[in-house]
Design a protein around this ligand. Structure first.
Ligand code: C5P
Length: 471
């Protein structure tokens, strides 16, 4: 490689070169070499753009406005990496340039050659590759981009991101970038469900990383199915496009807001093997938590025992009893809005047996019940740290609206979502719900729709109310 002397530059130029070199972590000679190489490449590219047949022709017209958006695609090491090759094409179809970084594990699944051929750009693999450090460098890779997409985002990559590691090119770039980051997680359902991954996801959401997927489906492993399948390339490209346009970030309606949500039943022990509970699948509360997280809120979900997957991007506090739920709710305050969707047992057994109560012929145990704390009413009547918006549910089997209106007053909350849960409606445990929103403004009957759609509509209303619009 030819050596460069930097004699003959005036002091001001030298100072600018010194600063630029320091910023990029290079020697002044290397920085000068990089500038010269970039200039040569720019001229070559401009010549190719104006006339692809005259590759060496001098620049004859100004290069086009830099309207092209630059995506840095980090491909992690998972079987879903093959889908990321298609993602390169989907992103390019939307007019983006795509530069790829492949982790060491990714190269076990796809080759840099394939990523390079599809992207039409050089592919980067090593943090300590002296040619790429001289040409581009991980800091420039991180900076010269409008969006970083991580697909597939493996459990390991997510863990590295959440803890700020920088021991390979992908993690170093992620730590150095100021661009928005979109991740498309993909992993085995057990890894996705592991408490460590949940914790990392909460951290990443708090760090303003946008998450797309994962979806439900069959895994690569024979016979395994569940949550963990990477979102389809089109979905990821759609999310990337929205982020590039600023839609997702700017329009995240609950960005910067804290939401507290309760979900599921509580279990009140009779003895170590028996309990009292209300029927509740937790589906509606969990859907609200997921929708609020998608809308950019920082969500704490206090959740009784349920058999459904945790919603992504949410901090989960698991409890058993009503008294534990109240404690967890109070510990999670302050919040901008609290939604109480849990089916809390009204009573507990005053003295739960320490040992299993033995069945004795002809005798039934006399259980003395004690009233449980009303969590919704307690929070709604708080003087300090009362959320601006307190929302309850009223699951009724008759006189739905009248009972819910009375409940709104009695509990001191701002809104109640009333639903008829008589067995013939199929709402209890099902995927659909039919609710009316009751507030001091009156009653609004919503059409029957999925619990996910109810959650999305409620989140929209919450965002409007917290933004100061009338409920
Ligand atoms: O009184 P009822 O159980 O019908 O009220 C339902 C509403 O009150 C729901 O929002 C539920 O989560 C909340 N609730 C509560 N604590 C209780 C009972 C109900 O937060 N002990």
């Amino acid at each position: 490689m030819a050596s460069i002397t930097i004699r003959g530059l005036d002091d001001e130029l030298k100072q600018r070169l010194r600063l630029r070199a320091a910023r990029n972590g290079r020697s002044m000679e290397d920085e000068a070499r990089t500038i010269l190489r970039d200039m040569a490449a720019d001229q070559l590219l401009a010549g190719m753009r104006s006339d692809p047949r005259r590759m060496h022709a001098p620049r004859t017209e100004p290069s086009p406005e830099p309207t092209t958006r630059r995506v840095l695609l980090i491909i992690g090491g998972g079987i879903a990496a093959y889908k990321s090759l298609d993602l390169i094409r989907r992103l390019k179809e939307r007019g983006a340039t795509v530069r790829c970084v492949l982790t060491a594990a990714a190269q076990k699944f796809v080759t840099p050659l394939a990523a390079g051929a599809l992207s039409g750009e050089r592919v980067f693999t090593d943090l300590f590759d002296h040619t790429s450090e001289l040409d581009v460098g991980h800091i420039r890779l991180a900076r010269d981009t409008d969006l970083v997409v991580v697909a597939p985002a493996t459990a390991d990559l997510m863990a590295k991101m959440a803890s700020g590691h920088a021991d390979d090119l992908a993690s170093a770039v992620l730590l150095a970038t100021g661009a928005p980051v979109l991740i498309a997680p993909a992993m085995n359902p057990h890894m996705w469900g592991h408490v460590a991954t949940r914790r990392n996801l909460v951290q990443l959401t708090a760090d303003r990383v946008t998450v797309v997927g994962p979806g439900v489906g069959e895994m690569a492993e024979h016979g395994e199915a569940g949550i963990g399948r990477m979102a389809e390339p089109i979905e990821i490209a759609d999310a990337a496009e929205a982020l590039l346009k600023g839609d997702l970030r700017a329009n995240q309606p609950l960005a910067g807001k804290r939401l507290l949500i309760t979900s599921g039943p509580t279990h009140e022990p009779i003895d170590p093997v028996r309990y009292i509970a209300n029927r509740s699948s937790g589906k509606q509360g969990h859907a609200i938590a997921a929708a609020a997280a998608t809308a950019g809120a920082q969500v704490t979900l206090v959740c009784g025992p349920v058999n459904i997957p945790d919603p992504p991007g949410v901090k989960i506090v698991r409890v058993e009893t009503a008294r534990e739920m109240l404690k967890a709710v109070e510990a999670a305050l302050p919040a901008d809005c609290a939604v109480f969707a849990a089916a809390v047992a009204d009573w507990r057994v005053a003295e739960a047996g320490r040992q299993k109560i033995k069945k004795e012929k002809g005798a039934t145990p006399a259980l003395t019940l004690a009233e449980n704390p009303d969590i919704l009413a307690t929070v709604a009547h708080r003087k300090a740290k009362r959320p601006r918006l307190v929302i309850g549910f009223a699951a009724e089997t008759e006189n739905v609206i009248a009972n819910a209106q009375a409940k709104l007053k009695r509990k001191g909350c701002d809104w109640i979502l009333a639903n008829n849960v008589s067995t013939q409606t199929g709402i209890m445990g099902g995927d659909y719900n039919n609710v009316s929103l009751i507030s001091s403004n009156g009653v609004e009957a919503w059409p029957p729709q999925s619990k996910d759609a109810v959650a999305a509509a409620l989140v929209e209303r919450i965002a409007a109310a917290l933004a100061g619009e009338a409920p």
